[in-house]
Design a protein around this ligand. Structure first.
Ligand code: ADP
Length: 628
């Protein structure tokens, strides 16, 4: 029979598995048992509405040392011919598998990241067969593969619904003792280690010994061996066990296995709640964002169990978007078992659970921030963006829940700060919380607009993410202190006397500013004397709600069909020699003043990271001046 080739990506993965020097080959058993348990979950769920389904939900392990085979039989949902083809012939999960390297050491990461557990069988087996009969199907099929060459599928005569996976264990060679996977003792140990919590019995015939009836102690043949079908796992779902009976290793192993991660979770939130909603939950915050976290492919949600039966793999109603990074499960007795996805959305009980979980996560994050700053900052680097979006989303509906969980860089601390911490450091009489926007803290701290604010002794929050200013604008104030962009044109940090002086000087030179404004009429709303510049000659500020950073963010969006524009104000430093020059040109050479106005505008825009509209023209002008 002709072999069908594996899809290219699967083949590469398979090569990695076959040639794996990965030392934890033993995890193959965990992967196959988890698949078996998942398959039973699916049929278990169907059995709630289909009484014809037999109820022996179990997994059976059998070994045959002579033929070197290990088989795992489940009474789960099974696979049709098409499913065998698509589930085992290709990695259907992520269309974008991109193996950057062929290094076999990376196999572990790949197993974890893409949940390609089945393929791990090839770490210990040189041939694998999968004989399966699907629920509601009359025929059964057997899938066979001896590795990267491809696979065959043919009809089989399996009688019961479910799947039997048979591994032909590789021959031992040198250090590699694959034969141990056929030992009863090894299998028992591995089931205890990795799969003890699986909710269906994992059964295997085990050998025991006993004293023969009536035999005397000193009789050489007093002992006999016999076999019984034993259940190897304790079957208590891990989330039903009390915290003191669980080791970190068990919890981490459970998380990695169930939620396809290859790193331990950064935080585990485990709880049992009674009251308006009765449920147990086990939630995890990953150590790194899933590879597709910030894409539209990412689906949030928690596994939902009803009295131990999995009823939904990803219940999105249980998590608000701003906590979409949380993984985990909820088990409740209050939910009716044959709840459908449609009715679930309107289920009152579910809403109560979701509300309670949201509060729990929020409290846990607040405690994390308080008690383990370093850990929280690492978390925030991974998922802080989501919290900031959360505070901004829905016109700030959730901002009060999230505002104290946000961190920003700042001018006074060389580290991240909360808004509350900023406020606690505010000077007497300081009314505003100042912030500045830019690509990086380093760039912001060199902005000309910031000098006077810093000189006045005020701390400035550095907003470096595109979303930041939108979030700050939605917050509007904190502790009755208003947020203020240092680049807005209505900031005045000078005392009354100085303000008067600037006003007078402005009046004196009114005609100059009018002329410059006229010269730059498509570009700026106004040209004025600056009261904030120390060393810089010019800077841009903005009038109104929209800042230059917001303009950049909005215009960069793919949906932006017409560009928005912040209302720019060009500010000129009265103490810079260029100011004298401008005054002189106003009297002597209006044409040159026009040219200078434009050059100064481009300079100010460049400082804001805005490229000149016509770089060639700009370059030519500079060269001309240099040649004079
Ligand atoms: P994952 O379990 O992470 O999805 P696997 O490669 O282990 O990845 O399995 C691929 C798919 O094959 C599973 O999602 C499931 O649909 C199917 N599958 C694997 N083992 C079984 C089984 N014992 N019974 C039914 N379906 C199975």
């Amino acid at each position: 029979m002709a072999k069908t080739q594996f899809k290219a990506e699967s083949k590469r993965l398979l090569d990695l598995m076959i040639n794996s020097i990965y030392t934890h080959q033993e995890i193959f058993l965990r992967e196959l048992l988890s698949n078996a348990s998942d398959a039973i979950d699916k049929l278990h769920f169907k059995s709630l509405t289909d009484s014809s389904i037999q109820s022996d939900f179990s997994i059976r392990i059998e070994t045959d040392k002579k033929n070197r085979t290990l088989s795992i039989t489940d009474t789960g949902i099974g696979m049709t011919k098409d499913e065998l083809e698509s589930n085992l012939g290709t990695i259907a999960k992520s269309g974008s598998l991109d193996f950057k390297t062929q290094n076999p050491n990376d196999a572990l990461d790949i197993i974890g990241q893409f949940g390609v557990g089945f393929y791990s069988a090839f770490m210990v087996a040189d041939a694998v067969t999968v004989d399966s009969k699907a629920y509601q199907s009359d025929s059964s099929y057997c899938w066979k593969s001896e590795g990267a060459d491809g696979y065959t599928i043919e009809k089989s005569d399996k009688q019961n619904i479910g799947t039997t996976i048979t591994l032909h264990i590789k021959e031992d060679s040198g250090e590699e003792t694959y034969g141990e996977f056929l030992d009863e003792f090894t299998i028992k140990r591995l089931v205890k280690k990795y799969s003890d919590y699986l909710r269906y019995p994992i059964k295997m015939e085990c050998e025991h010994s006993r004293k023969k009836e009536g035999a005397k102690d000193d009789d050489e043949n007093a002992w006999e061996t016999y076999k019984t079908l034993d259940t190897l796992n304790s079957m208590t779902p891990i989330w039903k066990k009390s915290k003191k009976d669980l080791t970190d290793e068990e919890i981490n192993g459970f998380y990695k296995d169930k939620f396809s991660d290859f790193e331990n979770p950064a935080k585990v939130i485990q709880s049992k709640t009674e009251g308006s909603a009765t449920y147990s939950s086990m939630l995890f915050i990953p150590s790194s964002p899933p590879f597709n976290y910030y894409t539209k492919d990412f689906e949030k949600g928690l596994q939902l169990y009803s009295s131990g039966v999995l009823i939904m793999e990803k219940c999105s109603e249980l998590l608000p978007d701003y906590f979409s990074f949380v993984k985990g499960l909820v088990d409740s007795e209050d939910l009716s078992l044959n709840i459908s996805r449609e009715t679930l959305q309107h289920n009152r009980q579910l809403r109560i659970i979701a509300k309670s979980l949201e509060k729990k996560i929020r409290n846990e994050l607040a405690l994390w921030l308080k008690n383990d700053r370093e850990g929280y900052e690492k978390f925030f680097k991974n998922f802080g963006l989501q919290l900031k979006y959360g505070a901004y989303a829905s016109y700030g509906a959730d901002k009060d829940k999230l505002k104290d969980l946000l961190l920003f860089e700042s001018s006074s601390e060389n580290k991240l700060t909360t808004i509350a911490e900023y406020v606690s450091r505010m000077k007497d009489g300081q009314e505003n919380i100042y912030y500045a926007c830019g690509d990086s803290a380093e760039k912001i701290s060199r902005m000309p607009q910031i000098e006077s604010v810093k000189d006045a002794g005020y701390e400035v929050l550095f907003l470096t993410d595109g979303i930041d200013e939108f979030t700050i604008k939605i917050l509007a104030e904190y502790d009755k202190k208003k947020f203020k962009n240092i680049a807005s044109d209505d900031i005045n940090l000078e005392d009354d006397e100085k303000t008067k002086e600037t006003e007078e000087k402005s009046k004196q030179h009114d005609s100059l500013f009018k002329l410059m404004k006229e010269n730059l009429k498509d570009k700026v709303l106004d040209v004025k004397l600056s009261n904030r510049l120390k060393n810089g000659a010019v800077c841009l500020t903005t009038s109104g709600e929209m800042s230059i950073e917001m303009e950049k963010v909005l215009n960069a969006m793919p949906t932006a069909d017409h560009k928005v524009k912040a209302q720019r104000v060009l500010e000129i430093n009265p103490n810079h020699p260029i100011f004298e020059k401008l005054c002189e040109l106003e009297r002597s050479n209006k044409e040159k003043l026009k040219e200078y106005s434009e050059l100064l505008y481009v300079q100010a825009a460049l400082i804001e990271g805005i490229a000149p509209e016509d770089p060639v023209e700009f370059g030519n002008r500079i060269s001309k001046i240099m040649a004079q």
